[in-house]
Unconditional design. Sequence first.
Length: 760
Amino acid sequence: MESQQPSLFPEDQPPWELDAAEHFLVGKIVFAEPPFGPFDYRIPDDLVGSVRPGMRVRVPLGKSNRGVTGYCIAVESIRWRGDRLKDILSLLDADPLCSSKLLELIRWMAQYYVVPLGQVFESVIPAGVRTSAGVKTRVVLLASSKTDDMQQLERLPPKQLEVMKALLAAKQPLTLEHLRKRANCSTGPIQQLRRNGWIDSREEYYVEDRPSTEPITPVTKPMLSEDQRSAFEVVEEALDSGKHQTVLLHGVTGSGKTEVYMEAIEKVIGFGRQAIVLVPEISLTPQTRARFQERFAHVSVVHSHLTDAERHYQWRLALAGAVSVVIGPRSAIFAPVPNLGLIILDEEHESSFKQETIPRYHARDVALHRAFLENIPLVLGSATPSLESWNRVRCGTYRHASLPRRIYNRPMPSVRIIDLRSRRQGEGVGIISPQLRDAIEQTIHDQGQTILLLNRRGFATTIQCPACGRVLACPNCDLPLTHHRDGGKSVCHYCDFTMMTPSMCPSCNYEGIHFYGTGTQKLEIEVRNLFPNAEIARMDSDTMKRPGSHERVLDSFRSGKLQILLGTQMIAKGLDFPNVLLVGVVHADTALHFPDFRAAERTFQLIAQVAGRAGRGDRAGQVLVQTFSPEHFAILAASRHDFEQFASAELNHRQQYGYPPFASLARIIVRGESQKATEDFAELVGRSLNRINEVAQLHCRILGPALPPIAKLRNKYRFHLFVSSTALADLIHLLTRFAGETTAPSEIQFVIDVDPVDML
Ligand code: ADP
Ligand code: ZN
């Protein structure tokens, strides 16, 4: 074995100028791939002053000194310590890609989510920015330091003096063309000034100006209702305080939360600052965008369908301060606006704010931390707040503003629970109860519209042989396949494995395989049979695959052409159609019996949100909830629109079992192709977690390894462990140490998920 003695010049190369000054500047550089760093690199003389934190650099890495791109996270002056330092090769950015505050946010994310800094960078700085998609470079001119000498300057020939005055007045670098126009001269005097050292030049990135696509037609804003005004005053107080504060805006569905947001944004823009509005991707409809674009100039909408070039363009605009409001899903929290004044997170309870790939951040927590760093208010809005946020209201950490009534005092819809258990054998074999059927009929008769929610797509959710009991499962995931009637296929909803549904049982050859459980396809067929004359559309991820299909269905629903819209949770959220008089929850129990401590919360939210689609116009709405668990407290509370009662019961339960928000939780998932090796490694993970917990005297509880509900996914066996603690610092300490000490064998991966949302 090679000696591990540290050597001065391990690579047999002399260090850079040993006899130079004792102090010199180094850049701390991190990488997005292993080794992640940070490593110190000397800043060569010609880059001193140019290399700043938040910029990308090329540096030599490893024995081969291959050039790789890294991120500079700090510049420090150090004394030469005798170790060999390599030089930064080149600088890739003219300006930092992020402000010092964003850099601090990145550091916090790396620490909190136990992810290497370089990987956080890669997710904060969009790929289009990193690859300079769609941008060009140009030479810009700026006044040199020679201009500090006013007397010399005044002695320039008149034409040249005029050029210098124009350049100084611009307070920013100009292209030759721009400068020529501003000074109203030929290029001659400018070139003369460059030769004589009055004007410096440099290259910069730019994105060609695009004509604004939508002309903005401002609308008159409505008068705030009394409730809206008092809610706004709470937010206003936070804005005026000049300090960080979080306000939970708890407003029932249809109470006009968006108007309150917009009033606050208007105020922030008045201060010359910018606002970020985070919404779930699914709510980022053209209607939502239009509402903001009609009200404010310079709205930047960032969504997942932007091309790299467009994203880069929006990002540069934001960075330049040319955008007042950024609206987008979770990644919009990283918008590089220079003078952020307010962050709003609408539908704050939505699980789509959690990113399920590295870094597994929750935009609500990142928003909270950014608001804290920028010393600005954060507004969280929801009709069904997360229990994490609600608990902070209870503790007095967050301020509470509420909109307890709908706009114009419209009544909340009445909710009726339909007990599916009481249906006797043979009576109504379908999934629509007679009560729901009658209500739909009545609604059609009244020329209203109906929304039917069933949170399972496909036709039948279980394909089973009635003779031997075998359930058709995915060979990659070991989960039941769902039968899709179009094309007669069996599909795995986790990995998309697809096969023709056999007519014969693959185990016992019994002819006449059976389909159990109902998906939206089967619901659609039943509804079409019950109401042959009605116009019906289905909305789920199967029918919404083509871009624009979502909008087309919603448009025809809005126009009144459709009488019944049925679908998955896609239709439960955010839609504002005044003519919806009836909402039917076809099977309220789908989410209730999940092995997830948030199962009750999800069920409550889904019912309350979909119920919120009814009765938003002049006519009152009603909701019918079909369930096998009519006395479950989440379903009862949702039927009474009673969030507080639900929350207090659920929080008691969470406290009793030590679940969040009363403890911090992390999940470690181990996966690999060999079941035995995966299990062995999971056991080892458990032992090292327990050891660190003991040695470092931390107060963490370690559960597992155990089989997760999805024990096999995409051909990989899975095990998971949970670490929880009432001391967040202990939890992070444990995970950080664990991650630092642990390398998995090459065929096994482990992921750390702090504040997990997905428990499967
Ligand atoms: P929420 O987000 O709370 O469900 P919205 O902000 O979408 O509610 O408002 C519901 C409806 O009420 C929208 O059509 C909106 O234009 C309208 N609205 C909101 N505030 C007012 C107001 N002060 N006066 C009149 N209409 C309003
Ligand atoms: Zn599968």
